[in-house]
Design a protein. Structure first.
Length: 370
C-alpha cells in the first residue's frame, strides 16, 4: 500500500490464475520463482489475480501446507500488493484499517483453498520507517513471525562516494580495512555452493542455529534460473587462499535482497563480511537496482538483545530502518486454529529454552522463510 488512504481500498474478487502471472509481482516472495521453489519442499502454490475496487489487478501468491490429514493452513508472504508501480524506497507504505482488507482477501480466496484449511497467515508488505505497527482486528498477531518484520533498506540511487559517506564510520573503516589487508571478493554463483555450505555449517555450529540441507540452496539457484529477470548471485570473500565469508543475494527488478550469509571462524579480524556486502551493493547499483534490502534485524538496537551484533552490522551501512507488522492470522476453523496456536507457542518456548548463548554472528543467515 502506497500512502495513507489506499488502505481503504478493497478487493472486488480473487480469481485463480496461472503461476506465470506471479512473475510480475513486486516482491520475490510473491513471485513465480518463490512459488516454484517452495513447491519442492512441501508447499503447494496457489496463485490468484486480485481485482481491486478502485481498478487494476495484482497477482497474489498463496502457499498451502498440509499439517495432518484434514488439517492444513495457507500463507501469504509479503502480500497483497496494491495496483500501481512498485515503490521499494523511500517513504512509508502503510495501510490504515489493514485488518479489514486482509479479512476480505481471506474470505475471497477461501473457496479455492484446501478443504482442511484452518487459517491463513499474512505477512503484509506494508512498512513504516518510524516504529512498529499493527494490522488489527479481525486478524490476530501470530505466535511466530515467518518473515523478519524489521529490516534495513539502503538506497542505491547515488554514487559510490555518497554511499560510503552515508555509512557509519566504523562500517566504512572495516570495508577499507578489509581492502587494505588484501581481502578479495569473487562472484561464484551456483558453482560455489559447496564453499558456501561449508561456511554455513561452520556458522551454524558456532552460533547454535539450524540450517537447511545443501540441496535446499541448490534448488533455489535452479528455480531462479527459470524466471526471467531474476539474478541470484553467490559472492565469496577470501584471503590468502582461505574462504572467509559468503553471501547469497537476489537481484530482481528495483530491489536487491541479501538472503543468506555465512562466515568462517578464521581471520575474523579482517572484516570480510563488510567488504562482501559492499561488493554486492556496488554490483546491485550497476545492475540498475534502486534499493538494497539487508533483510532482517532486531526491532531496535538494544544491546541486551541476542542479535544486537546483527543490528549493529546491518545498520552500519547507512540505510533506513523500516518496520513491517509481522505475521497475522485469520481463522477459518477457530477450534483447530486455537489448537495449532497452542502447539506453536509451546514449540516456540522449547526452542527459546534451547538457546544456550547469544547469537553473536554478524553475518548469519536470516530466519527460515516460506
Amino acid at each position: 500500500m502506497n500512502g495513507g488512504d489506499e488502505g481503504e481500498n478493497s478487493v472486488r474478487s480473487a480469481v485463480p490464475a496461472d503461476l506465470f502471472l506471479c512473475g510480475g509481482a513486486g516482491s520475490f516472495l510473491q513471485s513465480s520463482l518463490w512459488g516454484n521453489f517452495k513447491s519442492r519442499f512441501g508447499w503447494e502454490a496457489r496463485p490468484f489475480s486480485l481485482e481491486w475496487e478502485r481498478g487494476g489487478s495484482r497477482p497474489l501468491l498463496v502457499l498451502c501446507r498440509k499439517l495432518s490429514p484434514g488439517f492444513s493452513f495457507a500463507y501469504v508472504p509479503w502480500g497483497p500488493e496494491a495496483p500501481g508501480p512498485a515503490i521499494p524506497f523511500p517513504g512509508n507504505r502503510c495501510a490504515p484499517g489493514g485488518g479489514a482488507l486482509l479479512a476480505g482477501i481471506a474470505e475471497s480466496v477461501k473457496p479455492f483453498l484446501p478443504r482442511g484449511a484452518a487459517f491463513i497467515r499474512f505477512d503484509p508488505p506494508w512498512y513504516r520507517a518510524e516504529s512498529p505497527f499493527a494490522v488489527g482486528a479481525p486478524l490476530v498477531r501470530a505466535v511466530s513471525d515467518i518473515q523478519p518484520p524489521c529490516t534495513v533498506l539502503v538506497s542505491l540511487e547515488r554514487d559510490e562516494a555518497a554511499m560510503l559517506a552515508a555509512m557509519k564510520p566504523k562500517c566504512r573503516y572495516n570495508i577499507l580495512l578489509a581492502e587494505r589487508k588484501g581481502v578479495t571478493v569473487r562472484r561464484a554463483d551456483a558453482g560455489g555452493l559447496d564453499v558456501f555450505y561449508a561456511l554455513l555449517c561452520e556458522t551454524a555450529r558456532r552460533d547454535g542455529i539450524a540450517v537447511h540441507g545443501e540441496g535446499y540452496y541448490r534448488s533455489l539457484f535452479d528455480s531462479a534460473g527459470g524466471e526471467p529477470g531474476a539474478d541470484l548471485r553467490l559472492y565469496i570473500a577470501c584471503h590468502g587462499g582461505d574462504d572467509l565469508a559468503a553471501a547469497v543475494v537476489l537481484f530482481r527488478g528495483p530491489s536487491a535482497v541479501y538472503l543468506y550469509g555465512a562466515s568462517s571462524n578464521n581471520k575474523r579480524n579482517l572484516m570480510a563480511p563488510y567488504l562482501l556486502q559492499w561488493r554486492a551493493m556496488k554490483d546491485a547499483r550497476i545492475s540498475g537496482c534502486a534499493v538494497y534490502d539487508l533483510f532482517g534485524i532486531p526491532p531496535s538496537g538494544d544491546p541486551s538483545h541476542p542479535m544486537a551484533g546483527l543490528y549493529r552490522f546491518k545498520t552500519g551501512f547507512g540505510g533506513v530502518v523500516v518496520h513491517r507488522p509481522g505475521s497475522w492470522d485469520y481463522a477459518y476453523r477457530p477450534i483447530l486454529y486455537r489448537a495449532y496456536r497452542t502447539a506453536e507457542a509451546a514449540r516456540k518456548g522449547i526452542m527459546n529454552a534451547r538457546r544456550k548463548k547469544p547469537r553473536r554472528e554478524k553475518d548469519r543467515p536470516p530466519p527460515h522463510r516460506a
